[in-house]
Write a protein that binds this ligand. Structure first.
Ligand SMILES: [Zn+2]
Ligand SMILES: [Zn+2]
Length: 273
């Protein structure tokens, strides 16, 4: 049976940095150290769960919340489990566990922090953070009971709905139908200006020119549509002038009527029939 966990990645006020490092490495890590930097408990795969507490107590004072957190990572987390990441009063990440416990000295290192116990995790890159305090804050790793899990699921669907709603509002806002396109325009203002200046301000789909229809007020008006090449939606390659199409707002709406958007040629072929 898969389990659900809430985990904090904290070390004083450096928790944020540790979480970023874990996210980038695709892991969930934890570590407890003595003041001389020696781990309280080393490779747990070499220690039976029944012996763990004895090993801990031979090195350090009892610390039930810490012991239980490390035991969860070492013995209880399993492939397919879900981990929610806590940062203050927010849930900032969610991932699916990909491996059982592993141990690698030097895995996460920052200013004396050495977190070497970990599981591999596939972190959800599209996760939308939300505020939720589940208490039990002294537990770095907390197994979620039904009640806490229901609270998380309720917030997840609320936050999904909220983000969908925001998307919808932005889609209706003419000229900035998509937030990604709005961001694209802000980032590529110069390139867009250049493309417009070199153009005849005519819609590349229907040939409409705003000045011809509306007079002076329509002069030099045209919409920059961002052509996203299929299979290159992470925006990794630099933008060129060919990534921009100049269109009227009617054609722009039609282009975005479907998702992924139609190409300029596809729409042109439809209206020229
Ligand atoms: Zn047009
Ligand atoms: Zn567009």
């Amino acid at each position: 049976m898969t389990s659900y966990w809430r985990m904090a990645f904290r070390w004083g006020n450096q928790g944020t940095e540790v979480w970023k490092q874990c996210r980038d490495q695709g892991i969930a890590a934890i570590g407890y150290y003595l003041s001389d930097g020696e781990p309280i408990v080393g490779d747990c795969s070499k220690i039976k769960e029944e012996e763990f507490d004895t090993v801990w107590r031979s090195k350090a004072l009892p610390a039930p919340a810490s012991q239980s957190s490390l035991k969860h990572v070492a013995y209880h987390m399993d492939k397919g489990d879900t981990i929610y990441v806590k940062e203050g009063t927010q849930i900032v990440g969610r991932g699916t566990v990909q491996s059982k416990y592993k141990y690698r000295p030097g895995l996460v290192k920052q200013k004396g922090i050495r977190w070497e116990h970990y599981v591999e995790v596939d972190w959800d890159k599209n996760f939308k953070p939300f505020t939720l305090n589940l208490e039990a804050n002294q537990n770095t790793v907390l197994k979620l009971d039904t009640e806490r899990l229901e609270k998380i699921h309720a917030m997840e669907s609320k936050s999904d709905m909220l983000y969908d709603y925001v998307d919808d509002v932005l889609k209706v806002n003419e000229g900035e139908q998509y937030i990604t396109e709005a961001i694209f325009r802000k980032r590529n203002r110069k390139l867009i200006e250049q493309k417009k200046t070199d153009s005849d301000y005519r819609c590349e789909v229907c040939g409409m020119n705003y000045e011809e229809v509306y007079g002076e007020i329509g002069k030099n008006y045209i919409i920059a549509h961002h052509i996203e090449p299929i299979g290159n939606r992470d925006g990794s390659s630099p933008t060129t002038i060919d990534d921009i199409a100049l269109v009227c707002s009617n054609c722009h709406n039609m282009i975005h009527k479907i998702n992924p958007p139609m190409t300029v040629d596809e729409l042109s072929n439809q209206i020229n029939k």
